[in-house]
Unconditional design. Sequence first.
Length: 242
Amino acid sequence: MNIAIVDDDIKDIDRLEELLRLYASLHRNEITVERFQSATEFLSSYSAYKYSLIFLDIYMNGENGVDTAAAIREVDQDTIIIFQTTSADHMSSAFSLHAFDYVMKPVEKDRIFRLMDDVTRQETRDGKTFSFIDKNVECRLRYGDIISLRSNKHYLNITDREMNEYRIRMNFSDAEEELASDGRFLLINRGTLVNMDHITRFGNGICVINDTIHLPYNVKKQKLLEQTYRNYIFSKVHRNMH
């Protein structure tokens, strides 16, 4: 696993790298760690998919880690980003960029070890694929790459994170049953399933996905849907509070 640490405090970098290497040694994992003391330095050598995991400080001298994450997301939707900070002020902005987690400083051993356990599970989970036939060709999409599924009579319309559209002959109920165990997918309306990692906002009867796709939701269940989504997001960050 290739890991980048971007932080202007050398002591914080040393501490985090020490914990990451200890975790890797205890779990017999192979890791490489690259260190950067500014976002400018990091971005100057960055390329898409170069790192599996990026630890990114939010407050750096004259630089903002949230802006750095936005630059990363312009070219790389898959890399796991974990923010480090001394304040929770930017938490909502962080998760709008699909951050994996949000770690409060100073980092602690137990916190980092639990986090790395979660990263490992995430990588395993993201290995799951959804298989189907499209235009006589067998296709496989990782669960994390699916942003929405919509029923269309006897067909199923699937949209992936690259905005590719697939129209396949499959019952919506069969697809829903397969994806139900994953935990990321939310039924927002009859025949409409969305990946909560890609929800931008709810409002006025519309669920917005990646600031691009607008899907109607069941307004009678608006409070339940919004609460389910908030609970999902909260479950990704609540460990910071313990």
